[in-house]
Structures are given as C-alpha cells and as structure tokens.
Design a protein around this ligand. Structure first.
Ligand SMILES: *[C@@H]1O[C@H](CO)[C@@H](O)[C@H](O)[C@H]1NC(C)=O
Ligand SMILES: *[C@@H]1O[C@H](CO)[C@@H](O)[C@H](O)[C@H]1NC(C)=O
Ligand SMILES: *[C@@H]1O[C@H](CO)[C@@H](O)[C@H](O)[C@H]1NC(C)=O
Ligand SMILES: *[C@@H]1O[C@H](CO)[C@@H](O)[C@H](O)[C@H]1NC(C)=O
Ligand SMILES: *[C@@H]1O[C@H](CO)[C@@H](O)[C@H](O)[C@H]1NC(C)=O
Length: 760
C-alpha cells in the first residue's frame, strides 16, 4: 500500500522517539582472536515535506504523528553461567568468568500492521557477542511453542542481533571455531540466552498496542574511533571525501510511543562501536558499553511522566567492524609510549603484543571498568538528548507497509556481476594470517617466532587439530590476495567450523528499512551497503511517495560470519580484511543478495524469496569438554552464606563496600530474573528494601574457588557507592543469594546477610 500520511490533527502536544600443525595449534588456542570478531551514513533528520506544510496543524507543534502501528516491547534476563565458562569475544582461553557485574538481557521490539496480524516483525537485541544459528533456531522453536497466537513469527520476520559485547559467557556457538577456546558447547549457557529471548518476545507480544514510531539522528563525537585507518585509507579519496569522519559518528534512535496516552514505551538505537571497553583480562560478566548505555537510559526515564512503566531501551550495533571504543588511540606499552604503527599496529619490536588501545579512563587499572562506563555514558547521553528533542525534530514513520524477507545463501562460489558487468565470485570461508595478530583492542597473544613454549592444554583442540586441511587450489585462488591461515569453510569434520551459509534478511516499516547483517561491516562497507539499498529502495518506490527511504544496518545478527570490508580494504589484509570470510568480493555479493530480496518489501508484494539451503544445526553434535558442578561444601564449623568478612561500620559515599561469604557455585542456579547480590536499605520503620541488584553496574559479585577437591568457595560482593550514582545516606546491609549442590541429593537455596553499616 502506498503512503497514508496520517494527518491526525491531534492537539496533544507530541510527547514524542593457525605450515606446522603444532604451530597452528598454539595459534588458535592462545589467540583465536576471532574476537574482534563486528546505520545509515550521517543523514540529518529531515521532516517530510508533507509534515512541514500540513494545514491540519492547528497548534504550533514541529513534529506530527505518523501512521499508527502495532508496537510492543519486552525485556528478559539471559545471564548464563557467570563462572568457569570461557567468555565470548576475545577468544582467549584464559578469559574465564569469575563473577557478575551486570546481568545480560534480551530486548525485543515488535512492529506490526494494525488489523493484519501476518504483517509484523521482531527485532531482538541480545547482550551477546553476536547472533548465532543455534541460538536463532532455539528461539524460533521456542516462540512457535508458545502457541497458535505466535504463528505469525518465524524465520522471515525475526531478527536475532547481538550487541557484540565481549564480556558475556561463551560456549553457545553453533560452529566449531568459536567453540575451541570454550572447550565446546555448554547447554546451560545456550539455554539461558534462548529462554530469555523467548520470554522477551512473549512480553513484547503481550504488550502489543497501537502507537506511533518516529526517529532522529545525532552525532556522538567522542565514543568511537577508527581501528584500521590504514585499510580505510585504501578506499578512493573521492569516496572518503563524502564523509566527515573515518567512522560513523551517527546514532539513530527509533521511538515507540503508544497511542492511548502518547507515553513512550521504548527506544531502539543504532551506533557503531566495539563493545571491547572491558579488557581481555576482565572476568566479570557485563553488557560492556552497550549494556551501560541501555542501563543508564532505562534508569533515567524511571518516573518520567512521558515514559511508560517498563520502558525498554535497546542499544543495537551498527557497522562496527573497524571501530574501537579506545578513543585516545593505540599506544605501545613497551616503555616507549609511541603510537603503534599505522600500517600494521605493531611496536618497535615489530610485534603487536604491546599495542593497546586506550579508553578514556585507561590510567585506571580497573580492567576497563571506568572506560566502559564512560563510553556507555557517552552513548546514553547522546541518545537521551536526542530523545528529549524528538518532539520538535523527529521524522515520523509513515506508510502502512510492514514487510520482511529472509533467505539462506551458500557463499561458496556464488557468481554475480559487479556494477561494470565483470562476473566475480565469493569463496568458502577462510581466515587470513592477520587474523592471528588481533587488533589494538585485543592483540594476538601468539608469536610465531616464539615456538611452542607454553602450549595450552585444550582437550577439544587435541581432538580436532588433526582435522585441519590445506586449502584447495580453487580456494587459494578465490581468496587471493588473502593468504589462507585457517581454511574453515572447507572443514566439516567433526562438524562445520564456520558458516558457509548465511542469513540474508531485511526488515521494513514505512520508509524505515533495516539491513540485518550477519557480519561486522567496516565503516565504508556499511556505508556502501546502505547506500545501495537506499538507491534501490528509491527506484522500487518502497517508501511512501515524497518520503525518502531511511536505511539502517544492524548486527552481527542471526549467525556469526566475522567481518566484511570493501574490496580495497581487503587488498590491505589487516585483521578485518583477514577476517572477511568469503573473499574479496564479499561486499558486492551482500549488496547483490540484499537487492535480490528488496522487491519483496514493496507495497502489495506477495510471496517470498526461495528459502535457500538450510545451514547445519550443531546443537546435538557439538563436542563439549566442559565439566559440570560436582559438589559444594563448607569448612567444618561454617555454613553456606555465613559472612566471613563483614563490611566496616561506616563508609563515605564513593567508597567500595565489600562483604565476603561462604559461597557455592553459581552454576547451580542462574537465578534468571532474580539476583545473586543485593543491597538493602533500612526504612524508618525498620523494614528493609532492596535498592541494588545484579542488574546494577555498581554491584559486583565475585566467586572464588578456595578448595577444588573439597568444593569450598567464597563469594565477595562489592558495592561501588557514589552520590553521583544516586546512592543516598542511610543504613544498609548486603545480601547474598546462593544455591549449593550436595554430592547426593538436590540443589538447595540459601541466603546470607551482613550486619548493618551506614553510608554517609
Ligand atoms: C589487563 O590488560 C591491560 C592491557 O591489555 C594491562 O595494561 C593491565 O595491566 C592488565 N591488568 C591486569 C590486572 O592484569
Ligand atoms: C583515526 O584514529 C587515529 C587514532 O588512532 C586518529 O589520530 C585519527 O585522527 C583518526 N583519523 C580520522 C580520519 O578520523
Ligand atoms: C545479482 O546477481 C545475479 C546473478 O547471481 C544477477 O542475475 C542479478 O542481476 C544481480 N543483481 C543485481 C542487482 O546486481
Ligand atoms: C570491473 O571492476 C572490477 C573492480 O573494480 C575490476 O577488477 C574489473 O577489471 C572491472 N572490469 C571492467 C571490464 O572494467
Ligand atoms: C573488594 O573485593 C574485590 C573482589 O574480591 C577486590 O578486588 C577489592 O580489592 C576489594 N576492595 C576493598 C576495598 O577491599
């Protein structure tokens, strides 16, 4: 249907929006830096011509309401095992969880057509490293199992995106490569994400109501920086000249506003920055800078008369590939304090190990916590001020068409024409040599010249390392100039190592078009992809007459296919180019494949693209060398939850309050939608109210195994107080909720409470 510019003349003011195998062994196991494993070009907000001149505006009001949609939002806890599981992102075997700083969430956003239940899509933002084929299958199965009322949701219209946080538990991936450092697949870790995502969808579905959508953009100058400028500079100067920066500084915000009382029920934002603020030696689970931004936003609107209860703020990822949150630049920690080399990010020794990106608070030796908070705060601050100005600056989403398409594409030797007619092809997945070097956000721990000292003991690797293949001649030619290090796309034993089949998906509501990307697009790759979609959308008249299509890119989503760079950047073969799995022509291929689907987003279009080949589902075939909890016990004379170190009697705000308890393994119970740690405040009547929980950035839960054989452990809860964090003077105590596992019998819950202390 073409545009129906709603011209409601409401008088309500809009409270509106790895060549030796042994070397490779070390290679992968110590570094597997698949880690740094990654919107629309700055487009100023522009009102529709129709909006500016509407004669129906009887009251001075800059923005007007767009068309009515069905809108729903939901949030649920996806925090998996916070200890003894390798973390996802940096792919470092050493980075194993020891506790929890901030719970992880799935945030679900549903947009639908009023009166047409079939016309709907769901955009999920998970606090995870990426979307994933196993996780996506689990979510789709679980949503279908919710009942017939959910039959409209499926493969085509559900987008499973990850924020790309490098601070969550791993071991949930469908493919072998990212499972290596985590010693395989862990059902509990996987299930926590799937179950929470399903619950968030249920909540969003149950909250569906009529409402409006509008959007705006803002520039955030100080929250991201180029990480691979040398590659970026390989793009034509004339193309670079079209942009003011080597990364996209634009944050886009889509507001969900219910019709009943024009209160805002949520916002969904996109901004490109690596959630690598927490360093590779941090072992506390959190949502990294995106988790901070969402937390601060949701806190900030509590009690705001314009925000509905249960307001949800999604901070989704964009063309993150070559961005870093280490905005002070990358320096050599080798005593020289020189900047790392532009071309190879190496230091005076010719190696990358001492090159580290510096976040805004890099001098604080707190594993990135302060920098993480600051980069999150900057995203929040930009988003909040945009939100506050929407009523007068936003663009209304108009046009009743809500459509989506999804199909699977096998990227092995896909042939297609470039714009000049030359036929090129993509290749089976492969990683190049620079992949092993890592980036300034997490430099490679492996050094070829150092031989095999310190080879890690990885039982999974012992099983699969013999299965490594030398790339075929076709593959070598196809991937050139990339020197193939890991021929993951030609290895399917014991099961597929990396995806060859990817998800091609795009969503559309009115003029707002979302490319759902399975790859971390580089800045320029994202721009080209969006521009091509925008031009094609205009040609196909996808947006309502007179309204410009607005194109955003979100991801990494649905599966994890590593990076995507431009052909010019690919020729440079830095980390991101080495991690562009399907060869030099991958970007034009993604553009071609997206454009193939676009006609299905046209008003009145019927049918869908052919579904394509089904990717392998390794949930049942995956190896695992992850051991479960055997037993928890306590030293003679003590009990679970007993306080072994009480807080002091009094603290000044700004101090860290610590309490230590006799603990038990948190893997016994994830306590989803609940908490391990709590701060309680004493009321004037002597009653206690919980004021801080695992959801809060400032409350940190640390679990330590004190005797492996006997099963003893301790838990320290640290409350980082501060007046600037809203902490008020008063009387407090700290509670620890745990669950212990006897050798025989069932898991039992317990709780421990400290004595009182005051905060002044
Ligand atoms: C964590 O890593 C950073 C650089 O990556 C280093 O400067 C810092 O000293 C490390 N901290 C600890 C506690 O090992
Ligand atoms: C890219 O980042 C470097 C720091 O790593 C900075 O000095 C430079 O100005 C940035 N370049 C552009 C074009 O933004
Ligand atoms: C995409 O490639 C196919 C061949 O695989 C070709 O038929 C089609 O015209 C291409 N589409 C565009 C928009 O270039
Ligand atoms: C088409 O463009 C590609 C990429 O720039 C180039 O390699 C190829 O030679 C061009 N073909 C023709 C016929 O100009
Ligand atoms: C509090 O406990 C944490 C976690 O064990 C520890 O790192 C920190 O140094 C302690 N701080 C104080 C002030 O005791």
């Amino acid at each position: 249907m073409p545009s129906k510019h709603c011209s409601r003349g409401s008088s309500t003011s809009r409270s509106s929006a790895t060549t030796a195998v042994s070397a490779l062994f070390l290679f992968i196991c110590t570094l597997l830096a698949f880690a740094q494993l990654g919107a629309a070009s700055p487009q100023p907000s522009r009102k529709n011509a129709e909006q500016r001149d509407s004669p129906l505006l009887t009251k001075p009001r800059a923005a007007k309401l767009g068309d009515k949609y069905l809108i729903g939002i939901g949030k649920a806890d996806i925090t998996g095992p916070v200890v003894e599981i390798n973390m996802a992102g940096y792919a470092s075997s050493d980075q194993v969880g020891t506790g929890l700083r901030q719970r992880l969430y799935s945030r679900a956003f549903i947009i639908g057509e009023v009166g047409n239940p079939q016309s709907r899509f769901i955009y999920l933002v998970l606090d995870t490293q990426s979307g994933d084929t196993a996780v996506r299958n689990g979510i789709l199965e679980g949503v279908a199992a919710l009942g017939s009322g959910y039959s409209m949701y499926g493969r085509s219209n559900v987008a499973v995106t990850g924020t790309h946080s490098h601070s969550g538990p791993g071991a949930w991936f469908n493919y072998l490569l990212p499972q290596i450092t985590s010693l395989g697949f862990d059902k509990q870790s996987y299930q926590a994400i799937v179950d929470g995502a399903i619950l968030s969808v249920k909540r969003a579905h149950e909250s569906l109501q009529e409402g409006y959508l509008d959007f705006g953009t803002t520039s955030i100058s100080d929250a991201n920086l180029n990480r691979s400028l040398f590659a970026y500079l390989a793009n034509l100067a004339s193309e670079r000249a079209q942009y003011s920066d080597s990364v996209d500084k634009t944050l886009t915000l889509l507001r969900f506003q219910r019709a009943s009382d024009l209160k805002n029920i949520g916002v969904l934002t996109w901004f490109a920055v690596h959630p690598t603020s927490m360093l590779g030696n941090n072992t506390h689970i959190s949502g990294d800078n995106k988790g901070v931004a969402a937390y601060l936003f949701e806190q900030a609107v509590k009690g705001d008369s314009r925000a509905a209860d249960g307001f949800v703020a999604g901070f989704s990822q964009a063309n993150v590939g070559d961005t870093t949150p280490n905005v002070l630049g990358a320096y050599c920690d080798d005593g020289s304090s020189q900047m790392c080399s532009l071309e190879t990010s190496t230091c005076a020794d010719g190696k990358s190990q001492s090159c580290h990106g510096r976040g805004p608070e890099f001098r604080k030796l707190d594993l990135g916590v302060s920098s993480c908070f600051e980069i999150g705060r900057r995203q929040f601050a930009g988003a909040k001020s945009l939100y506050d100005s929407l009523d007068s600056t936003s663009t209304a989403v108009v046009g009743s068409t809500i459509k989506s398409f999804h199909y699977f594409q096998d990227m092995q030797y896909y042939k297609f024409p470039l714009d000049n007619g030359t036929i090129v092809q993509t290749c089976p997945a492969a990683l190049g040599y620079s992949f092993a070097a890592g980036t300034s956000d997490g430099p490679g721990a492996f050094d070829f010249t150092q031989g095999d000292s310190g080879a890690p003991n990885n039982p999974l690797w012992s099983v699969v390392s013999g299965l490594l293949k030398t790339p075929s001649a076709d593959q070598v030619a196809c991937q050139a100039p990339k020197p193939v290090l890991l021929d993951v796309g030609e290895m399917s034993a014991p099961y597929a190592w990396s995806p060859n089949i990817v998800d091609i998906q795009t969503l559309r509501v009115g003029q707002f078009i979302i490319i759902v990307s399975p790859v971390e697009a580089s800045t320029m790759a994202g721009r080209r992809w969006r521009n091509a979609v925008k031009a094609a959308a205009s040609k196909l008249a996808l947006a309502p007459t007179g309204v410009e299509p607005f194109v955003i890119l979100g991801g990494p989503a649905n599966t994890y296919a590593h990076y995507l760079v431009t052909p010019e950047e690919y020729a440079i073969q830095r980390y991101e180019g080495a991690s562009t799995l399907y060869g030099p022509w991958e970007l034009p291929a993604f553009v071609n494949l997206t454009l193939r689907g676009l006609p299905f987003l046209a008003p009145g279009a019927t049918g869908a693209p052919a579904p394509g080949p089904t990717p392998p589902d390794n949930r049942k075939s995956s190896l695992s060398f992850i051991t479960g909890v055997v037993v928890d016990s306590v030293p003679i004379g003590s009990g679970f939850g007993q306080v072994t170190a009480q807080p002091k009697a009094s603290y000044a705000r700004g101090a860290v309050v610590n309490a230590t308890f006799v603990g038990a393994n948190p893997r016994n119970n994830l306590r989803l939608e609940s908490t391990y740690a709590a701060v309680e405040r004493k009321g004037s009547d002597g009653s206690w109210t919980q004021v801080r929980s695992d959801a809060d950035w400032s409350l940190v839960y640390t679990w330590t195994r004190t005797n492996f054989v006997l099963g003893y452990s301790s838990v320290t809860i640290s409350w980082e107080t501060g007046a600037d964090r809203g902490d008020v003077a008063g009387t407090y105590r700290i509670r620890y909720n745990g669950d212990s596992k006897p050798l025989i019998g069932s898991i039992k819950a317990f709780t421990g409470v400290t004595g009182e202390f005051t905060l002044v």
